[in-house]
Every structure is written in structure tokens, then in C-alpha cells.
Design a protein around this ligand. Structure first.
Ligand code: ATP
Length: 562
């Protein structure tokens, strides 16, 4: 497929803010893609080169892009930097420099979408000496045969900043309309298949073959699945109303979600709720699973909680969050910050998917297959009750033990990957907090010059991120919350999209938990709301921008507080 065809689609998407129009544009592209052999080109529409479950980064900085632009257009780097400052987007910089060069040369080679996908994937394959030069070559090879418009989108794709305003919901709807025909049922089927596989190429390929093929797509242990999420309730009474009586009540542990997979070949893999593979980071968990979980293949849903090996006290999440991303000194960290796995659900067992099996049966199965070992792996502590007093007692016990609260779960519910359904509700002491994403930041002055100290935070509406305030308190120079503003600066510098004076705009990637005093209406921010007295409480490397608070949730909280 010609890459220019895809670029026309990007351009149209960029020009049309209406969601319906975007679906229409995408649908007409998918009609073309239907005829192509390589359905993986759909990843490029998402601004990606791998399926969503594959979290590999391309690892290309703005600096490297500048060098590649320079190599392919002959412009020198200072000229590129100057242009970048005025235009504000490296994609447009590449576009204008390629246009300038094309006027003086006449070479014309056609760029295919397959070639773009191939070169961008290769970017992830290098490590060690010479990596930078090889990456520059791959990018500049693309830019050399690109038209100005193609150069714009090659660069934006590499930087993860496509700016066409589509997310998974829009792609889902376009697939529905092209392959199955509009309708709630079809839309749910496509969504479910995506939640099971986190792979739009696979979903599209199966959808092209019809409804039946799509419905037959099953879970695959070893490949990450989107986790089921829960809703919130204020009281146990309301909790019972939502999930029915009797229900199962679980401790709500303060750790992070771990999906433990054993595939049909016996290989064990661990994924976070962002679908990141963290197997290497948790060797102790692998050994617990081998020793204490029976079964040829399975997918377990669990919460990993850190504890102090000396005092045997549980630690708050931020203490162990560093284990998620850590690539070195793993064994040392296993000793210093061990985790205990609390298994609360099972989605697959010995070759069979259990997502349609009632929760009560799934729970009975985990109790059968896990040999409980305190401080290693165990089934979550739970009771089954229809009695409010008993439930209150359990809630009190959870809080006394230092857990976050409780989860109340419907005993006959299926497991719905990827959905925030009312099959379970969480109950925890009221706290004003949201998970939000950082979209920009500002350098400090004086003692803090050189470090980013104020952060723009945003909630989401559909596929868009909308500002809801700035947060500058809570972070210290030293790493008390698992992260300091110095560390934040390093992390955010890798995500820069645009620089203007002391302010930078960044790719929405870092998720943080922010507490606040109250919410006000405010024209100053795109969401129409502002958090008052926001305070940074923790960095959430286990969450993705898809998991953050939605504008509707903010509105609801604002209404409630009035
Ligand atoms: P929170 O920020 O309160 O953890 P969330 O919005 O990120 O919530 P929810 O699905 O609403 O996610 O809350 C459930 C989360 O709590 C799960 O994602 C999981 O990580 C954690 N958790 C701890 N204990 C349990 C349990 N027993 N059952 C289910 N989830 C649990």
C-alpha cells in the first residue's frame, strides 16, 4: 500500500474534529485495507507499529530525529532547531525541509506503508555501540524517499504524536461499520474481542471473515489481556444493592495489578494492567507460581503487595513501584522489596477460557489450585456473606490491617476484560483523588532552575486529554514518593513534543495520582474544571493514560460536592 494513501487519511482526520466524520474517514480506509494481505498496517492508523499488547518503545528522541532530518535534507541542525522553535512540531519541520529539498532534486521513489512499518520496527532491535547511527540511518532512509506530507507523518509517528485525534473507540466503530454493520451487539462483540486480544490487526482480520469467526477468538495464556475494572460505592448497603446478596467480599490490597500467565508450553509470564511484560522484574513470583500453583496453563488475576522483609509490614504502593520498571539489580530488589501475591480471580485454566464461568466457580477453582503461602502467594482474604454487620466487621478489619478497603463482588458474574463494570464495587474511605496524566510542565527558577517543578495535569474525554489544572506541590528534591522532581524531569524530557520558553508540552504518558480539596468550574482549562489545591501523591507506572479519570467522573464529583 502506498504510504501517501495513509497520509491522506491522517490529513483528513486531522482536519475533521467530528467523531462521526472520523469514523467515516477511517471506514473508507479500512475498505482498502480489507483487500491488503498485511492487516498489521492498521497499527499505523493508531500511530503505532506493534499491537497494543506489545509495549516496546521505539526509543527515538527529538535529538535523534533532528539528526535524521539533517542527514536526509542537508539542513544543518541549528537551522532545524530554529525552525522547531517557530513551528513547534518536528513533523512540520521535516515537512517543510523535505519540501525545500524536493524543489532542488528530482529523485522520486515511492514510499510504501509496509516499508515504514518495517523500518520503524527495526528501530527497536538495536542495542549497544552504534545504535544511534543505525537508528538515524533507518529514519533518514524513510525521509529521503518521503514526500513533504509523508515526512510530516513519519516523524510524528516516531515521536508518538500523530495528532489525528483517534483512539481505540473510533477504530472499533470503523471496524464495526465496515465488517459487520452498525449495531450495539456488533459493537460489543468487536470491543470484547479487542479486550481479549489487545490487537486491532487480529480483530480486523477476524471481523473481515464475519461474526462467527470473530466470536470464536479466545484468550491465549502468554498474551496479555485487559483487566476487568470495578466501580465505586460509598456504603456497604449500596454495595449490596449493586452486586446482590450474598456476595463475596475481598480485601482491597494496596499494591499493583499482576496478571500471571502460564502458557500451554509451561512458560510463565507476568503482565501489568498496562499490558507490560514485567516477567524479568519478578523472578521470585515465577518461582512461587511454579511451586504453589497447580495446573498446565492458566491466567490468574492478582494484586502484588510489597512488604518489608525485616518488619514483615506491608508497604504502600509507591515503595514498590520502582520494581515495575527496574531493569538492573533485580536480585537485590527482590531481597529489599519483596512482593506477596494475592490472587483474586482466574480467567483461564488448563486449556479453557473461564471468562463466562460464574465468579463463584472461579473463586472455588483458585482456592483449589493455589497452595497458600503467606508472604509468597495466596488467595485473597475473603468472606461470602449477605449480612451487613458481618460485612462492616470485615471492612473494619481490612482498614485496621492497613489495607485500602474492600471489594464487594457479584457471585454469578462473568469476567469482562477491559470493562469497568458493576460486577464488583470498591469501598474505601472517602478521599478526593484522581489518576491524571501529565501533558506539560514548566522549569523552575532560582534554586530549582533546570528542573521541571510544575506539571500540567489532564483528564480524558473519549480520545482527548483535557487540562484540569497545574500541580506543583507534593514533590521533593529527594525521592520520598518513589519519585522526585529531578526524576520527573528526566522522565518528562524523553517525552517532549514542543518547547516554548520555560514550558514544555509532553506526550501524555506519565500517570500520577493527585489529591485535591475541591473542584471548581473554570474556563482556564480545556476540561472546564480546575482542581483546587492539587497535590501530587504518587506516580503510577502501572497505569496507562487510558486508565485516568474521565471528564464525566470529574463532573459527577463536582456535582456531588455542591
Ligand atoms: P484504585 O485507584 O482505587 O486502585 P482503580 O480505579 O485504579 O482503583 P479499580 O478497578 O476501580 O481500579 O479498583 C480495583 C483495583 O484495586 C484493581 O485494579 C486492583 O489493582 C486493586 N485490588 C486490590 N485488591 C483487589 C481485590 N481483592 N480484587 C480486585 N482488585 C483489587
Amino acid at each position: 500500500m502506498r504510504y501517501s494513501l495513509l497520509c491522506q487519511v491522517y490529513e483528513e482526520l486531522e482536519k475533521n474534529p467530528s467523531r462521526l466524520k472520523k469514523i467515516e474517514i477511517l471506514a473508507s480506509f479500512l475498505k482498502n485495507l480489507k483487500k491488503e494481505k498485511n492487516k498489521e498496517l492498521i497499527y499505523l492508523v493508531q500511530g503505532r507499529v506493534f499491537p497494543d499488547y506489545n509495549k516496546q518503545e521505539l526509543g527515538v528522541s527529538s535529538q535523534l530525529i533532528k539528526k535524521a532530518i539533517s542527514k536526509s535534507t542537508g539542513a544543518d541542525e541549528s537551522e532545524i532547531t530554529k525552525l522547531w522553535k517557530t513551528i513547534g512540531d518536528l513533523g512540520s519541520v521535516a515537512e517543510s525541509l523535505v519540501a525545500k529539498k524536493k524543489q532542488s532534486t528530482l529523485t522520486k521513489r515511492e514510499l510504501t506503508a509496509e516499508k515504514v512499518l518495517e523500518n520503524l520496527r527495526k528501530l527497536t532491535e538495536f542495542t549497544g555501540p552504534g545504535t544511534v547511527a543505525k537508528k538515524i540511518s533507518l529514519v533518514s532512509e524513510l525521509l529521503t524517499s518521503a514526500t513533504p506530507l509523508e515526512a510530516r507523518y513519519v516523524v510524528r509517528t516516531i515521536l508518538g504524536d500523530l495528532r489525528v485525534g483517534i483512539g481505540s473507540g473510533t477504530i472499533r466503530d470503523a471496524i464495526v461499520s465496515v465488517c459487520l454493520g452498525k449495531g450495539k451487539e456488533n459493537s460489543e462483540l468487536v470491543q470484547e474481542t479487542y479486550d481479549k486480544t489487545a490487537d486491532f490487526a487480529l480483530v480486523f482480520e477476524k471481523a473481515c471473515k464475519g461474526k462467527k469467526t470473530l466470536s470464536n477468538v479466545e484468550l491465549h495464556p502468554g498474551k496479555p489481556v485487559k483487566v476487568m475494572l470495578f466501580q465505586k460505592e460509598k456504603t456497604i448497603e449500596n454495595g449490596f444493592k449493586r452486586v446482590g446478596k450474598p456476595c463475596l467480599i475481598d480485601m482491597k490490597y494496596d499494591g499493583f495489578r499482576m496478571m500471571i500467565n502460564k502458557d500451554n508450553n509451561g512458560e510463565i509470564k507476568i503482565f501489568t494492567r498496562r499490558l507490560e511484560d514485567v516477567t524479568k522484574q519478578f523472578p521470585e513470583v515465577i518461582s512461587y507460581v511454579k511451586k504453589y500453583v497447580k495446573g498446565k496453563s492458566f491466567i490468574l488475576d492478582s494484586e502484588a503487595v510489597g512488604f518489608s522483609p525485616k518488619t514483615k509490614k506491608y508497604m504502600p504502593f509507591q515503595e514498590i513501584s520502582q520494581r515495575i520498571k527496574r531493569k538492573y539489580d533485580i536480585e537485590l530488589l527482590v531481597k529489599k522489596l519483596p512482593v506477596e501475591i494475592n490472587v483474586f480471580d482466574i480467567l483461564y485454566y488448563n486449556g479453557k477460557s473461564l471468562i463466562k464461568t460464574p465468579f463463584k466457580k472461579r473463586r472455588e477453582l483458585i482456592e483449589k489450585v493455589i497452595k497458600n503461602q503467606k508472604w509468597k502467594i495466596q488467595t485473597s482474604e475473603a468472606i461470602i456473606t449477605d449480612n451487613e454487620k458481618e460485612a462492616e466487621k470485615f471492612y473494619k478489619k481490612a482498614l485496621e490491617k492497613g489495607e485500602e478497603g474492600i471489594m464487594m463482588k457479584n457471585l454469578s458474574a462473568p469476567y469482562k476484560p477491559g470493562s469497568r463494570v458493576g460486577y464488583g464495587v470498591k469501598i474505601k474511605p472517602e478521599e478526593n483523588e484522581f489518576d491524571l496524566v501529565i501533558t506539560g510542565a514548566e522549569y523552575g527558577t532560582g534554586k530549582r532552575a533546570g528542573w521541571l517543578t510544575s506539571f500540567d495535569i489532564a483528564c480524558k474525554k473519549g480520545d482527548k486529554f483535557l487540562g484540569i489544572g497545574k500541580v506543583s506541590t507534593g514533590l521533593k528534591e529527594k525521592s520520598e514518593l518513589g519519585v522526585s522532581y529531578k526524576e520527573m524531569t528526566q522522565k518528562l524530557k524523553l517525552l517532549i513534543i514542543k518547547t516554548k520558553g520555560r514550558h514544555i508540552s509532553v506526550k501524555p504518558e506519565l500517570v500520577v495520582t493527585v489529591t485535591y480539596q475541591n473542584i471548581q468550574k473554570s474556563p482556564k482549562y480545556a476540561s472546564g474544571y480546575a482542581l483546587r489545591f492539587p497535590r501530587f501523591t504518587r506516580l503510577r507506572p502501572d497505569r496507562s493514560p487510558n486508565d485516568i479519570a474521565t471528564l464525566n467522573e470529574i463532573k459527577r464529583e463536582h456535582e456531588k460536592s455542591k
